[in-house]
Ligand binder design. Structure first.
Ligand code: ADP
Ligand code: MG
Length: 143
């Protein structure tokens, strides 16, 4: 059982200047930030990341949205990280999300919903590797 999960502060939340408030909610909930950066996804990267949704009607819109501006991927550590993070972000549709969740506070719609969170330990590791090199995962930087 891994204690890691993977999150993205999505382009809508970056554009709306919520990065600081969202990271504060994450750390106050007991998560430790193990890796983080600001990046803009390419079409290929977003298509690969959301491959499981490629048959869904919103796939194209989702890929375009995720590439529309910078986002902030995060590797997070906490006991029971995957389930606890899903609880912290709330339902996919902010209208259905519980009070006090990140999506309830900061998401504007079901499509542009402020944050991503992994849905399993297995996917967390795949998603972490999608965004962070081995050196970035190990905080092993060189200049
Ligand atoms: P979650 O991010 O809560 O795990 P899903 O895995 O079902 O939700 O969907 C991935 C992402 O696709 C969502 O976070 C959202 O950005 C987008 N999405 C999901 N459902 C819809 C929809 N019906 N219309 C538009 N975008 C959607
Ligand atoms: Mg999902």
């Amino acid at each position: 059982m891994s204690n890691l999960t993977f999150a993205i502060i999505k382009p809508d939340a970056v554009k709306n200047n919520y990065v600081g408030q969202i990271i504060t909610m994450i750390t106050e909930a007991g998560f430790k930030v193990k890796a983080m950066k600001m990046t803009r996804m390419s079409q290929d990267s977003a298509k690969g990341f959301y491959e499981v949704h490629k048959e869904r009607p919103f796939y194209g819109e989702l890929v375009d949205f995720m590439c529309s501006g910078p986002c902030v991927p995060l590797m997070l550590e906490k006991e029971n990280a995957v389930a606890d993070f899903r609880k912290l972000i709330g339902a996919t549709d902010p209208a259905q999300a519980d009070e006090g969740t990140i999506r309830k506070r900061y998401a504007g719609s079901k499509a542009e919903n402020a944050v991503h969170g992994s849905d399993s330990d297995e996917n967390a590791l795949i998603e972490i590797a999608h965004f962070f090199s081995r050196d970035e995962r190990l905080n092993n930087y060189t200049n």
